[in-house]
Design a protein around this ligand. Sequence first.
Ligand code: ADP
Ligand code: MG
Length: 251
Amino acid sequence: MPTLPSLRSRGISKAFTTGKVRLQVIKDSSIDILPGELTLVVGPSGSGKSTMLSMMSGLLRPDTGHVYALDTDLWTLDETSLDRFRLQHCGFVFQGFNLFTSLTALENVILPLQYLGVQGREAIERAQEALEEVGLQARGHLRPTELSGGEKQRVAIARALVKRPQLIFADEPTSALDKNNGQIVIDLLKRIATVHGATVLGVTHDPRLLSHADRVIHLEDGVVVRDERNGTSSNIVTEHDHVLMQTQPTQ
Ligand code: ADP
Ligand code: MG
């Protein structure tokens, strides 16, 4: 039985208008992402990676098209249901870690569980388990200012993991880190996909990380130019996998 995609975009587009300039960042893009894999979208700055990730993770409404996440048509949900979907099923890891500086590492990791109604001993145990998974079981009592950049990002990964989400999104998770810490973080993301069967979709402009991914989708000048799996490259871009970046005057 082939693995079915857990995350699908169909004909999604997004344009931004700044002053009189309309920038068509993503146009009619359709991509299938599989569970149990680390998929990385790679491309230069400004090529639309974050825009695509945001639309596929329920953070940014596309102008057209659909995103099916775990078979839920995300952009037909009302705001409350969409928040709920993200809370229950999605973990997020960002470049800037986004940790609360007044809370310890353990408290940061517990926070999403509180939103889900998991409290007390169970919450503490699950948070400790998540910290253990990223190798920080002995550092839970420390605040973010007492941790290195690599450790902070590992806390952020533990915070994403603790909900046991099926979908994990990571926007430039390694760009604030040196090479060694970047590799630790990307290896963790790959492990989460393999061990938990999660769907892990990341974006990066760092070519050093690509060998760690199961699949690499290349965006160049806003166009999907290559879709590689385990080092084998194919031009499987269909007319729907069309990502364009055009500058057009506003009507
Ligand atoms: P990447 O993540 O690949 O660097 P982005 O998706 O962030 O690219 O941005 C793609 C293009 O869209 C860039 O030219 C950026 O300036 C523009 N853009 C992104 N978000 C907005 C926004 N909210 N308003 C206006 N322009 C935006
Ligand atoms: Mg970006």
